[in-house]
Design a protein around this ligand. Structure first.
Ligand SMILES: Nc1nc2c(c(=O)[nH]1)N[C@H]1C(S)=C(S)[C@@H](COP(=O)(O)OP(=O)(O)OC[C@H]3O[C@@H](n4cnc5c(=O)[nH]c(N)nc54)[C@H](O)[C@@H]3O)O[C@H]1N2
Ligand SMILES: Nc1nc2c(c(=O)[nH]1)N[C@H]1C(S)=C(S)[C@@H](COP(=O)(O)OP(=O)(O)OC[C@H]3O[C@@H](n4cnc5c(=O)[nH]c(N)nc54)[C@H](O)[C@@H]3O)O[C@H]1N2
Ligand code: SF4
Ligand SMILES: [Mo]
Length: 723
């Protein structure tokens, strides 16, 4: 029996893996999954978690390296040959154009150790500024907003279980009932007081939790959440509901924000966001009544990808934070603001240096003191470390061009399905001299690669993950990997040695963690008081430890479950409020594109679907891409439930089956993005980005929706009918 955590989302539900008589360590033996008590999941798992072990045994698992041959096909080969091809490609790119000709693309699913090693590999072994990762698609706007306001970005600066005690919870653009099902247990308190507010243009499974008197579903026009928030702030001040004492003591900028929302009275906001003015007032009062300064039972404001994956994502997060500050929530026990992190290690993955502008410990790569500290840990000259690179979308746009890499190494992302404007991404990847992808299953991106390197899966490796609450937890091996498969730490070590860096890339995850801990010491995300051993002990006690957890000379630091109780980690200790205004989506409605496409997820599939499409029960429950379409729109374009529709933008077209439902607003259609091919939502989305965070506008773009013309009846049939 091995205690570990789910391979998928940031809730990181605790589970126990068992094989018959521990024979699970033998290749091929079945593995069973059981939920385990932990403060976040309380023993619960969702359907993806229950079935997660099946991916370990998937028949098409990649178990040997693949190299593309002269015939254009991928062929099985030896590790030596595959690594030769990668080394040659890197050296050729260097000799033609220098160190910047090789880039790295990481992922928020990688363990802390892998994310750290990847960032170090890019800076030390490759000497390239070009590294970024899929967290840019996921948490970048939340991170930018929180860093600016609070001076730190820890998704939830409090344990998730704290939310359970609150009287009101405002959930903006998160469908956690499908994306983190066990987490909805923590909404029970708010639901019991009728205080759950869900903002989503769809009556999602989470919006449905507000039905029957449990709260309010606010259903704005897509892309107008910022207006909803500005109106809520307006009401809070207009009705004297703000916590002025808290604002005076703990925040700066409140006056500018108050003035900036003066013009957003609810009736005006209603014209833009479509939410009735009376409902905006009701929600503002409901939240204020729960706020501590009015003697309420506590309130939380939470944001998800629905409001963040936008060209005004950082502004919207900022407005959500402003609202929480106006109500005096952050840094008070039982209240607060948080962003719900998505990927398994979406939090840790954004702390240890795979971001283009970052060094470990959430340090800035252009800060001389940070460079000096990290260079000393790495045993290199600070001047040898490259400067900042470019965010993910820009990195992809530059691939195969004079301004960008000719070689790209991808670790933990299925770009061809999940990046915006996916056809263009496919073209850019095809323009590279060499695409190297590490994965354990064939994906749409490994199929494009020149070299595929097979790596271990979650239940075959050691490491740590940092959950949505900033809690550092252990991932442990329950079985041996198939022969022929290596860990990513081994791959990076072998490549570094070939590229002339003999030392500095250990393959033991606990050794890598100890170095990560030293590199993070004194940084924002300080892990220096942690080690695998200490985390094992903490988990045996049922908890794990929250960062910051600095090394201490005497008694070990207990970790920091709740941030901001005394001060914010800004220079003056106060939170910074910043006035923001609504600009609207980058690709807005017009006569030839009169409908919004909004995108998101379903319960059964994870991200690009590379893992979950291989699990028979999940594939059977959600076998194909679909388009949710309102009956009024369906009527207008002449399409019935179950018929095929085309969704077209200036980037491309997706074709999928129509699900006619009143759950979505009439001027919007919804598509999940889990599939490739004809029904791929990202062939349609825009790669326009938020100017501050670099996050693409996945959630909203303007499209034309048409019924797919039915094929002309075959001649034989026509004759028959006529006869
Ligand atoms: N089942 C499942 N769970 C997952 C994942 C998965 O792929 N599948 N992925 C994990 C990851 S990496 C992430 S980031 C999280 C994401 O978790 P969520 O943020 O909960 O997921 P989404 O479904 O992408 O988006 C949430 C909601 O945003 C709504 N939305 C779309 N446009 C708008 C808008 O303009 N305004 C508002 N207010 N809402 C809008 C959609 O209708 C959708 O219901 O989930 C994690 N958990
Ligand atoms: N339209 C639209 N597009 C979106 C979104 C949306 O809401 N709408 N959401 C965006 C978000 S929030 C995210 S996070 C991205 C996610 O999109 P992706 O980054 O494509 O996510 P995954 O499908 O998890 O891809 C991970 C790949 O890495 C492999 N993998 C898993 N673990 C490891 C590992 O440890 N090492 C290696 N080498 N490989 C591993 C998996 O098998 C899989 O092939 O999609 C984004 N795209
Ligand atoms: S909610 Fe997330 S972590 Fe929990 S079982 Fe489901 S996918 Fe795994
Ligand atoms: Mo994500």
């Amino acid at each position: 029996m091995t205690d570990t955590h789910c391979p998928y989302c940031a809730l990181q539900c605790a589970m126990t893996l068992t094989g018959p008589d521990d024979a699970a360590r033998e290749v091929g033996a079945p593995v069973t999954v059981a939920g385990r008590q932990f403060p976040t999941n309380r023993g619960g798992l969702c359907q993806k978690g229950w079935t997660s072990a099946q991916v370990l045994r998937t028949p098409d698992r990649i178990t040997a390296p693949l190299v593309r041959g002269d015939d254009g096909e991928l062929h099985t080969t030896t590790w030596d040959h595959a690594l030769d091809v990668v080394e040659d490609g890197i050296r050729r790119a260097w000799s033609r154009g220098g160190r910047d000709k090789v880039g790295v693309f990481g992922g928020g699913g990688l363990t802390n150790e892998k994310a750290y090693a990847l960032g170090k590999f890019a800076r030390v072994a490759l000497g390239t500024p070009f590294i970024d990762y899929n967290g840019r698609f996921c948490m970048a706007s939340a991170a930018a907003g929180a860093n600016r306001a609070f001076g730190v970005d820890r998704g939830l600066p409090f344990p998730l279980a704290d939310v359970g005690g609150a009287q009101a919870v405002l959930v903006l653009g998160s469908n956690l009932a499908e994306t983190m099902p066990p987490s909805t247990a923590h909404l029970a308190g708010a639901r019991a007081s009728g205080g759950l507010v869900v903002v989503d243009p769809r009556h999602s499974a989470s919006a449905a939790l507000t039905d029957d008197g449990h709260g309010v579903h606010v259903q704005p026009v897509p892309g107008t959440d910022l207006v909803v928030l500005l109106a809520l702030l307006h009401v809070v001040w207009a009705e004297g509901l703000a916590d002025e004492e808290y604002l005076a003591a703990r925040a700066t900028g409140a006056d500018q924000v108050r003035r900036s929302v003066a013009a957003w009275w609810p009736e005006r906001a209603e014209q833009v966001c479509g939410v009735p003015a009376a409902q905006l007032r009701q929600v503002a009062r409901l939240l204020a009544d729960a706020a501590p300064h009015r003697g309420g039972g506590g309130a939380y404001v939470l944001t998800g990808r629905g409001v963040e994956q936008s060209t005004q994502g950082t502004a919207t997060v900022t407005a959500a934070i402003n609202l929480s500050l106006a109500l005096g929530l952050p840094g008070r026990e039982g209240s607060g603001y948080g962003a719900i992190t998505g990927q398994g290690n979406g939090q840790g993955g954004r702390e240890h240096g795979q971001k283009s502008d970052q060094l470990p410990g959430y340090r800035k790569i252009d800060d001389p003191a940070a460079r000096e500290h990290v260079a000393a840990v790495w045993g290199v000259d600070p001047a040898s470390l490259p400067g900042p690179g470019v965010p993910a979308v820009e990195l992809l746009r530059r691939c195969g061009t004079a301004e960008g890499p000719q070689v790209l190494l991808v670790h933990g992302c299925n770009l061809v399905v999940s990046a915006p404007d996916a056809d263009r991404v496919r073209d850019r990847l095809a323009a590279l001299d060499l695409l190297v992808v590490c994965d354990f299953v064939p994906s749409e991106t490994t199929r494009l690669a020149d070299v595929v390197l097979p790596v271990t899966q979650w239940a075959e490796e050691n490491g740590t993950m940092t959950s949505l609450e900033g809690r550092v937890i252990r991932r442990r091996p329950a079985l041996a990997p198939p022969p022929g498969v290596r860990t990513e730490l081994e791959v990076l070590h072998d490549l570094a040695v070939r590229l002339g860096v003999e030392h500095g890339f250990p393959t033991d995850a606990s050794v890598v963690f100890d170095e990560l801990a030293r590199a993070s010491a004194g940084g924002v995300a300080d892990y220096s008081g942690l080690s695998h051993r200490r985390l094992d002990e903490a988990e045996a006690a049922g908890e794990g430890l929250h960062w910051p957890c600095p090394a201490t000379p005497d008694a070990p630091h207990p970790g920091t479950p709740r941030l901001f109780l005394d001060r914010f980690p800004t220079p003056d200790g106060r939170a910074r409020m910043v006035a923001v205004d609504h600009l609207g989506p980058s690709d807005d409605l017009r006569p030839d594109a009169p409908v919004y496409l909004i995108t998101g997820r379903v319960l059964q599939h994870y991200q690009s679907g590379a893992q979950t499409r291989r699990v028979p029960a999940l594939a059977a429950a959600q076998p194909e891409p679909f388009v949710e379409i309102h009956p009024l729109l369906a009527d207008r374009i002449g399409v019935q439930d179950g018929e095929m529709v085309q969704v077209t933008s200036t980037r491309g077209t997706a074709t999928a089956v129509a699900h006619v439902t009143a759950a979505v607003r009439p001027e919007a259609v919804f598509m999940p993005f889990h599939w490739a091919g004809e029904g791929s939502a990202n062939r349609v989305t825009t790669d326009a980005v938020d100017p501050i965070s670099g996050m693409p506008e996945f959630k909203v773009c303007a499209v034309q929706v048409r019924a797919v013309p039915t094929q002309a009846p075959a001649p034989a049939q026509t004759t028959e009918v006529m006869a």
